[in-house]
Design a protein around this ligand. Sequence first.
Ligand SMILES: [Cu+2]
Length: 310
Amino acid sequence: MKYHKRTTAAAVIVLSLLAAGCGSGAKDEHAQHASQNGAESAANGHSGHGAEEGEVAPAGTEAAAGHSGHGGGHDAEASALDHVKLEWAYSPEQPKAGEETQIELSLRDSADKGIEEFELNHEKLMHLIVVSEDLAEFSHIHPEYKGAGKFEIKTTFAKSGEYKLFADFIPSGYSQMTIASNVTVAGKEQASVPIQKDSQLTRTVDGVAASLEVSTYQPGETADLTFTLSDEKTKEPIANLEPYLGAIGHVVIISEDLKHYLHVHPKNDKESGPTAVFSTEFPAPGLYKIWGQFQRSGETFIIPFTVEAK
Ligand SMILES: [Cu+2]
């Protein structure tokens, strides 16, 4: 089995690849883009906040900036990223829609040695969030640790087109990091579904009627996201939410341009519903898709909403 590996220094974001490959209909270009999966990275100092991309570095690249509101200073985060590299290998090299793809993630330090030790974060050593470019597809999976810095997982991309993957992990001695990869999935061309702001923040998913309240849409302000859940049939409030990965719920938020990734945990882990409150901050104006993930009677369910920060 042939793996195409590409190492990108963790502190360098190859945004130009994303820009060059996305949205163009040319097949060749797409194929080429797939073999150059750009790696992106960002560190954050607090588990309740996510990656941001900020500083502009030399031509075509951007350095990742950690969240400034929490945890270590920016310098400490930047230097942590200098020491952590992530290689992504996809097999097949260009994944096909509807067919299984093996993903291998290899974490190495600046001396090119496999990073051995990771901290458990919400019961897992690594969380991997996979989204299609239009944010219509979302999955939250957990690669298995194989030792010597290597993680592996098999997954199936539902449709063709551009995808972005965010790996979320804590190498021992560092704060939480997010490093992303772009990949082009081959297959019958499918129209992308433009992301649209929800006019009403209510939705029914898997028999659960959910509503979302957002305390502020002002970028840079602390925004509380309150999910309220009730049973679709009985209309009774749902008060028997079960801990899922050590928390009453998990919220992932990604900006429309795929630059901002936030993984938010609840303010109070002791709750079991019918409300769950998550505290975050929209880093910049724009549309954001929010996925709330909860568990009830042993089954997890995901509730998506799209909001606009302004
Ligand atoms: Cu996870």
